[in-house]
Design a protein around this ligand. Sequence first.
Ligand SMILES: Cc1cc2nc3c(=O)[nH]c(=O)nc-3n(C[C@H](O)[C@H](O)[C@H](O)COP(=O)(O)OP(=O)(O)OC[C@H]3O[C@@H](n4cnc5c(N)ncnc54)[C@H](O)[C@@H]3O)c2cc1C
Length: 382
Amino acid sequence: MRIAAVRPSDYARTRNALDGAVTGLSPYITHGLVDLREVAAGVAANHRLDPKHRFMFELGWREFFRHVWQHRGHAILTSIHPGPLPDEAYARELPADVREGRTGVPVIDTAVRTLYANGYLHNHARMWLASYLVHLRRVHWRAGADWLYAHLLDGDLASNHLSWQWVAGTFSHKPYLFNADNVASYSPASWHSPGSVIHTSYEALDTIARGGPLPPVRPRGEGVQEPALHRGPPTGMRALTASSAAVSDRDVWLVHPWGLRDPPPDLPADALRLSICPAEFHATWSWSGARWAFVGARMAQLSALCWHDSAEAIGAALRSARSVHSVDDAHLDNGLRALADTGAPRHLFAEVERPCTSFSQWWKRTTAIDFATQATSMKAHP
Ligand SMILES: Cc1cc2nc3c(=O)[nH]c(=O)nc-3n(C[C@H](O)[C@H](O)[C@H](O)COP(=O)(O)OP(=O)(O)OC[C@H]3O[C@@H](n4cnc5c(N)ncnc54)[C@H](O)[C@@H]3O)c2cc1C
């Protein structure tokens, strides 16, 4: 439905505006209901979609962040290179007025309230929120990234944490800054912030980001309650511990939080559909109740049985199954990835072997491979 509604030319023209023609596909992509190839193919079925179209370019950002994660692993959770200030210059805690959406800066308070209400923020709002926290409140990007990740329905370690680093300037050449004029150009009136700390020049913002005196904070209004976070499936999901008796000698289709797609049509009718929630991951990365509701509802559609246990216990139980098939994702523990047949990885863009340090480097390489492949296949099929 959402894919059929995408209008790539409107998207290219309006995507930077908060009321622009963005797709809202990110929770479905993050949780593996669809992959980027299916998104691109679905849109290309109805519209001309050149590989260098703006829409493809934005899908490319997601694949680029996955490329970086694949090469750097958990190192993406720490600063990739020094930013405008040393890591120690930044606070490790989120200020209460930001967390409660009462900073007195309308764009920030509206963003926080929208995030809590919808589990979603437009890309521009994410950039403004991240820039304000890191550069005008001098909060470490990692504290902001962890907090935002927990409340998003589409929270993705690669896209989220690397975007924060891009804004912070630890994965880009310079800090990303924005001012009140920028907000006024891309958002409805309720977000506009004249007379606030961001009503200033880019030169002044740059001086602050590089260590100049921080502007005064003037919290205002009633705060909003931050939604509760959960370190595992809520009791309503009735998740059990792993047990080999349930899977012994069965063909298993393994559903996981990043693989919520329909099973393949040739799945044997008597195959067991089993959902898993890896305990180690969830103990580290909390999710909002809304995200658990989204994931839990889809898991309930796909399977009648759900396990919440350590990767080791899940792996040990699954060893008694006749076969295990699933969808691959970097979130899965390596032991589980080795145990399940996940098929070939489904990239949208040609895979770039050499680690790239910037999007433009990756984009140049991946599109060069794509165009070389297209040229070869055109020669082979005149
Ligand atoms: C600070 C910050 C944090 C972010 N955290 C996440 C996150 O946790 N998960 C996440 O999926 N995206 C994240 N993004 C990227 C982007 O904001 C979202 O993918 C996008 O807003 C999702 O809305 P949409 O599906 O309507 O996007 P659309 O604009 O309709 O784009 C379609 C799809 O393209 C991809 N895409 C578009 N823009 C980007 C981008 N800049 N970076 C990566 N992928 C992109 C997404 O998969 C998106 O669903 C973050 C960006 C910033 C600045």
